[in-house]
Design a binder for this molecule. Structure first.
Ligand SMILES: NC(=O)c1ccc[n+]([C@@H]2O[C@H](COP(=O)([O-])OP(=O)(O)OC[C@H]3O[C@@H](n4cnc5c(N)ncnc54)[C@H](O)[C@@H]3O)[C@@H](O)[C@H]2O)c1
Length: 444
């Protein structure tokens, strides 16, 4: 076993699992239902404690994407901006090579977050655990002290969970890892839209296809699931891998710098080519509170990669931003941590606060509730390419619809006639009606 993992045995051993989710009585007034009016968040001042220098970082989930965070944080540690004090993961033996970086040699490893929290005070907790554990890990991180919390996207699978997190004391200390919002191409387009010279936004159309092979679904127990261990997962392109696309749309549609729009109505259609419990193609549409129409399509059932693209249609023309316009994801990850740490030092607004995910969460949860359920894509539409862990399911009609968007007007793109839709519903009404639903009923 490499030297860096020897510290694992030196860590205090504390038995016990994660325990029940923490709950608190609902807040008061307009915040009670989680729908804080736009602009009102700043009325409740966030008075953060000053971060010690360098802040001590603890990572929850060190394998998978967590190892990319470790590399990003190691870069910042090299600049003296943080110290990677601790990490926890139940599968320590399986941690990748990136954990052998010199800057990570002093990191203490634990099997559980409870052990990690008890060992040392932390100033910055980074949560990169599986989706179904985000709510619990965030609740525990908030209760463990007054650390700043970086919660990977998607914050939580359901709107009810987001509302629960927002009601916790210290929720203002949580930022969400939608790192694409750091990209100059996205921030620049938003500034130009707000500047008024590009006209009034009428519609936003966004889509992308990221092929996912069998190995992707086999890498972890929550991939392709709607539920796991009685908790919502809702893994799928719109609600996990390409969730960035949804957040980008709500960010670009926001009426003020840094703010995200909220949906008024929404519906969704979710389908699967691969035999998984969840979906591998999703289409969400609706109207935002500010009148902007949105259509967001994302899929994994394609043998070809179609980079995501957002087309903002105003009364003066179409303005686009696409995946090719952004720096590589690892660079954005470094930027995401750098900017959050700097925001706390300078007492500035973080790029993506928990409350900035309300639009994303309201839209995806409503689309899910309004959908007719996940449908199997007709076999005649599906081709299976490759074999074993390299196998990929391909749906040519979806590929055509999304790839052709480059040459024709988004609105004129032909529809998928096998896809079932229910009418759009009012988001607040649908979410209020769903508040009493069990997790099983919600994730059906
Ligand atoms: N921002 C991005 O671009 C991006 C990209 C990929 C993944 N992610 C996010 O990162 C998170 C993890 O995704 P992944 O694909 O790496 O998942 P994964 O399942 O492949 O890896 C998760 C890691 O967490 C560990 N883990 C499991 N249970 C744990 C627990 N109770 N405590 C601590 N660690 C635990 C696992 O052992 C594993 O090492 C998800 O939220 C995902 O959406 C974000």
């Amino acid at each position: 076993m490499p030297k860096v993992f020897d510290k694992e045995t030196a860590a205090p051993v504390i038995s016990g699992g994660a325990g029940p989710a923490l709950k608190r009585e609902p807040g008061t007034g307009a915040e009670r239902d989680g729908f804080r009016p736009a602009g009102s968040r700043d009325a409740r001042p966030d008075v953060p404690r000053k971060l010690p220098h360098p802040p001590r970082v603890g990572l929850i989930g060190a394998g998978g994407f967590g190892s990319r965070h470790a590399k990003a944080l190691a870069l910042l540690a090299r600049e003296g901006l943080c110290e990677i004090a601790a990490a926890c993961d139940p599968r320590l033996a399986a941690l990748p090579e990136s954990w052998h970086e010199p800057f990570l040699r002093e990191t203490r490893f634990f099997r559980t977050h409870e052990q990690m929290f008890r060992a040392d005070p932390l100033d910055y907790i980074v949560i990169v655990s599986p989706l179904h554990l985000h709510e619990e890990h965030c609740l525990r991180a908030l209760a463990a002290g007054d650390a700043l919390v970086y919660l990977e996207k998607v914050p939580v699978p359901t709107f009810a969970q987001l509302r629960n997190l927002l009601e916790q004391p210290g929720a203002d200390r949580v930022a969400v890892g939608f790192q694409m919002l750091e990209a100059p191409a996205i921030r620049g387009l938003k500034q130009r839209l707000l500047g008024g010279k590009l006209g009034k936004i009428r519609e936003i159309w966004a889509s992308g296809l990221w092929p996912r092979l069998t190995s992707y679904y086999e890498r972890t127990n929550w991939a392709g699931k709607t539920m796991l261990d009685g908790r919502p997962v809702l893994d799928g392109p719109l609600t996990n891998a390409l969730a960035h696309l949804v957040q980008n749309v709500f960010f670009l549609a926001g009426d003020e710098s840094g703010e995200c729009a909220r949906p008024l109505t929404a519906t969704g259609s979710f389908a699967r080519a691969r035999p998984i419990p969840s979906y591998d193609f999703g289409w969400m549409k609706g109207v935002m509170e500010n009148g902007i129409v949105f259509n967001i399509l994302a899929g994994h059932c394609s043998r070809e990669f179609v980079p995501w693209k957002v087309v903002v249609r105003t009364d003066q023309g179409d303005y686009t931003v696409g995946e090719e316009d952004l720096p590589f994801s690892d660079a954005l990850l470094v930027e995401s941590h750098r900017s959050l740490l700097a925001s706390r030092r300078g007492n500035r607004r973080p790029t993506c606060r928990l409350a900035d995910c309300l639009g994303y969460s309201m839209a995806t949860s409503t689309a899910w509730l309004a959908s007719p359920g996940i449908q199997d894509i007709p076999a005649a539409e599906v081709t299976l390419d490759g074999a074993a862990t390299d196998a990929v399911y391909h749906v040519e009609s979806i590929h055509q619809l999304i790839a052709n968007r480059r040459t024709e007007s988004p609105s004129a793109s032909r529809k998928l006639d096998w896809l079932h839709w229910n009418p759009e519903v009012n988001c607040r009404e649908a979410l209020a009606a769903a508040a009493g639903k069990s997790c099983e009923q919600f994730c059906r």
